[in-house]
Write a protein that binds this ligand. Sequence first.
Ligand SMILES: Nc1ncnc2c1ncn2[C@@H]1O[C@H](COP(=O)(O)OP(=O)(O)OP(=O)(O)O)[C@@H](O)[C@H]1O
Ligand SMILES: O=P(O)(O)OC[C@H]1O[C@](O)(CO)[C@@H](O)[C@@H]1O
Ligand SMILES: [Mg+2]
Length: 359
Amino acid sequence: MRIAISTGGGDAPGLNAVIRAAVLSARTRGWDVLGIKRGFAGLLGEDEIVPLTADTVRGIAGQGGTIIKTTNRGSPFAYPVQAPDGTWSTVDRSDELVENARNLGIEAIISIGGDGSLAIAQKLVAKGVRVVSVPKTIDNDVAGTITTFGFDTAVNTAMEAIDKLHTTAESHDRVMVLEVMGREAGFIALHAGVAGTADVILIPEIEWDLDKVCEKIMARDATGRRFSIVVVAEGAKPRGGQESIIGESLPGQDRRLGGIAERLGFDIQRKTGKETRAMVLGHLQRGGGPTGYDRLLATRFGAAAVQAVADKKWGHMVALQSPHLVTIPIEQVLAETKRVDPSHDVVQAARMMGISFGD
Ligand SMILES: Nc1ncnc2c1ncn2[C@@H]1O[C@H](COP(=O)(O)OP(=O)(O)OP(=O)(O)O)[C@@H](O)[C@H]1O
Ligand SMILES: O=P(O)(O)OC[C@H]1O[C@](O)(CO)[C@@H](O)[C@@H]1O
Ligand SMILES: [Mg+2]
C-alpha cells in the first residue's frame, strides 16, 4: 500500500504530530508514505513529493508548523494563472492531480485541513480519489468534531496575551482592545476572553452596539476599575455594519479580515474619553508548538486516519466525539456551519459574571 499526506490551509500547531502519528502507524503496517509538499502543489508539479519515513518524522511531535509545508491559496480546482497582460484567472487542474497521483502509485491520500481543504477533498473523492480527511484549524469552525487541534494552543496564546495586557492596562488606566483570529467564528475570542477574564468580548455571532460597549467600560470606571480589556474577534461587526477587511487578497486567496481593533479602539476613545490602545495578536496564535492537549489530539487523529484508510472510509473525516474518535462523511461535515451558539453555557457563564458582549 502506498499513501500520501497533504497539509492544506493555514498552519495550526499539531500538524507535525498528525504527520508523525500517521507515518509511524502506516509504517507499522508496512505501507509506503509520501508527503505532498505545500497543499496539493506537489501533485501539480509546482512543488516536490517527498518520502516520509520514521527518520523524517523523528522528534517533530512538539514542533509548530508542518514539515511538508502548506498553502491557503491555489485550490487545484481554482488554480490562479496569470495571463501575459498581467491579469489573473483560475483554472481547474484537478485532472492533472488525479493523473499524477495515479502515476506515482498513490492509493490513498490523508488530507489534513480545515473547511477549505475539506471542500477540496470532497471534490477529489467525487473524481474517484480515495481521500480520508483530518480536521485542522485554530478557528475551531469545523462541524462534526468537538474540537480541532490547534484551537487549544491558540486559545492559550490569546489568554496569555490578555493576562499581560491586564497589567499594563491597569497601570495606565487604559482600555486595551485585543484582536484575535477566527474568521467568521468567535471561538478563540470567547474562550480566551472568558479564561483571560476580559470585560468585553465581541464575536461575529453577536453583533455589537458601540454605546453598550462604552456603557460597560464607564460602569467599571464608576466603581474604580479604571481600565478595561476588550477582546474582539477579527470577523466581528457592529449591528448593521460590515466586517473589517484589510489589504488586498492575492490571486486565489480568501478575503483577509483585520483592522477591527484599531477602528473600535478609536471609537471607544472618542466616545468615552478614555485613552485606548489596540493590538492585533495575529500569527502568534498559529505559531510555535502545540499544547499537550493539541499534541495528543493530533496524534490520535493521525493514527485514526491510517485506521480509516485501512477500513476504506473514503470521503470520511476523523472526528472527536468525546470520549471517542469516530469517522463521519465529509459531506455531512460540510453541510453544517459551526459557529458559537449564543445560548451556550460559556456565553451564559460570561454574561452571569458581567462580561459584556456589546448587545
Ligand atoms: N491543499 C490546498 N491547496 C491549495 N489551497 C488550499 C488547500 N487547502 C485549502 N486551500 C485554500 O486555502 C484557502 C483557505 O481555506 P480555508 O481557510 O478554508 O483553509 P482551511 O483548510 O480551512 O484552513 P484554515 O481555515 O485553518 O486556514 C481557501 O481558498 C482554500 O481553497
Ligand atoms: O495566514 P493568513 O493568510 O494571513 O490567514 C489568516 C487566517 O487564517 C486563520 O489563521 C486560520 O483560518 C484565520 O483565523 C485567519 O483569518
Ligand atoms: Mg478555514
